[in-house]
Design a protein around this ligand. Sequence first.
Ligand SMILES: Nc1ncnc2c1ncn2[C@@H]1O[C@H](COP(=O)(O)OP(=O)(O)O)[C@@H](O)[C@H]1O
Ligand SMILES: [Mg+2]
Length: 382
Amino acid sequence: MIITYAQIDGFKNLSGISFEPDPKYNIIVGQNAQGKTNLLEAMWIMSGCKSFRGSKEKDYICLSGNKMTSKIKVRDSVREQKIEFEMFRSQNMPKQIHLNGVKQKGARALFDVFKCIAFIPDDVDIIKGSPEKRRSFIDMAASQLDPVFVLHLNKHNVVMNQRNALLKGIMQGTSKPDILDIWDRQASREGAVISYMRNEYISRINRICGELYKTISGGEELLEIEYKSNVYRSEDFERPCGEEAVEQYYRKIRDNEEYDIRTGSTHVGVNRDEIAIKINGVSARDYGSQGQIKSAALVMKLAQAEIFMKRSKEAPVVFLDDVMGELDEKRQRFIFDMIKDMQVFLTTPNEGALLPEIKGKVMRISGGKLIDEQDDISSYRE
Ligand SMILES: Nc1ncnc2c1ncn2[C@@H]1O[C@H](COP(=O)(O)OP(=O)(O)O)[C@@H](O)[C@H]1O
Ligand SMILES: [Mg+2]
């Protein structure tokens, strides 16, 4: 899939941007704080996903403006579609999403329309960061693959908020414990499905990562990604996610209830899951070198792209934010080999740090504006 047209205005510092990207490589060049990442982000949000850099939606709108718009056209093997995303500063104007001119209820409608994947320097946090970072990596990837997963996650969040509020109430003596069971039942139903879906996604990503990591490490090293469910042992996943699995989840919650009430929050379940990432049998987080951690994070993202492709027969658009210059030649070549058939947008403050074989349309950005191509005879890197 490729972006054939983009128009952005009022998104953070960006103004008056419109361009037709190259179907292959697009190189966005600019000094620090000029709007390179913002430009990727303004396209990324058209996938219906939250910002890859964790920005809040209200911060999408330019500080000195009242409105942001981002429009793109995306073409896949079937057709070209137009996505429009508008937000307003005014509290009573909800965000507007249009697909082919038809108003959509929410961003979720875009999941199936535009698929993209972003590589950012912070990706190493998938390995180095808290368990929450790993869970959200897996959850975001699994959601893009199967929108049903998001429904379960959202439902589970709602149930957890209710349950935790009630636990606090019980702790303070203002609520009675008898309704807790309603939330326990619902949490178990959602939690069981989420656990099974996480398990499935992680086993798939593990198989692909193993292969890729072998290649990037010259055949020497073994990368393993393993789901550490808070409720189930790995053999439990061999039976289907039915009543028995829900019951097991429920028992786990009940067994811990006293402690939950005493502390006023939930301590078991999918919110406590971990994803173990090991290189040659030991924790990458604790024992990996910088280079191993960087490679492992890269491979996990590339595996995500491969799973997309297999699933939808459609390559995602790839965003590389400031990562190429950071990587040595071997790793740059490895990535480029993997994404050579995809449309790529990459940002860099320094074109000179890119591999010479990375050729394509060069867009220069300064103060949130693209520098007019007509004035810029070198807008293709040959
Ligand atoms: N809501 C906003 N309104 C206006 N400017 C913003 C907003 N959010 C961020 N910026 C500006 O965007 C710029 C950073 O853009 P960014 O895309 O991160 O730069 P870079 O080119 O380094 O990737 C900064 O100048 C920052 O002040
Ligand atoms: Mg940046």
